[in-house]
Design a binder for this molecule. Sequence first.
Ligand code: ZN
Ligand code: ZN
Ligand code: ZN
Length: 343
Amino acid sequence: MLLSVGHDLPYLTGYHAMPLERLTMLVVGRDGVSTMIVPRLEVPRVVEQPGVFTIVAWNETDNPVALVAKHLGNARTIAVGDQMWARFLVELLPLVPNARFVRAVDVVGGLRMAKDKAEIAALAAAGAAADRVAAQLHAGQIPLVGRTEAQVSADISARLLAEGHDVVNFAIVAAGENAASPHHHPGSRVIAKDEIVLCDFGGTMNGYCSDITRCVVTGEIPRDIAEAYDVLFAAQAAGVAAGRVGASCEGVDRVARDVIAAAGFGEYFVHRTGHGIGMEAHEEPYMVSGNTLPIAAGHAFSVEPGIYIPGKWGMRLEDIVVATDAGPVSMNSADHRLVSVRA
Ligand code: ZN
Ligand code: ZN
Ligand code: ZN
């Protein structure tokens, strides 16, 4: 297995390779012998792990890809990390002409999906920090009317950091008709009174991610939006309840989708119900039709159905959930209702 840029490498070794053109590659053999091939100038940043891997440094004029090929020996099946630069793989291909390539997720995906106690604690801490920002939004402490989406996004980002996140991964703020685009990029649109504002934000705290979506209305909640939100609320709660050990990932999607479809909004729920989360904001397992993977204790994932009416409005409600033997446990407890705010 070859791991470079991406999260499989730090998951296994504690070392984050800088996303640079200089090659860093962990070569993990079937026999468990692992070699970390790193640029000499990065060696001081690598914390040695005796018994886990040995370090091989390469100099600026060496060919690091050839070094990788040498350590591969006559490996016939090579698993590569999803985020390895294509250039390294392209340069490696002619050096190992008889090898078959598979994705490293086949090797480490199961390990990364099942969060242990410390990982769940980190997800809970990140979730609680995101909840505190959501509470500020609900309390009207984040000014909305008269500000642009981009300004509110910057405000939310600053608050995520103030609440303990190390980095902000995204802070979607989408007002009115812009909320109908699930991954709207917050821009120059000024937020007005009496409209829905969708806020989907998260970051990384002690290596683990938060991700939460709450919607508020700047004033009176229009009746059609209130009615649709009741449906969304029920769909999200049903999806969370379905996240039980032994149930299937696609089952979580199905129960949430069924609630929305039964209310006549089926065609307006245009994405899967959720994604796994951990060191990455989006990782295995995905709550999507076709994924028959059984949910296991320690699986952490979002449950985030949405309803998007093009040109009018959109809404989404998202929590992070961890499956446990005692049932699904939410990492988020911020108010799930559509709150009217004077802000
Ligand atoms: Zn998303
Ligand atoms: Zn989100
Ligand atoms: Zn999400």
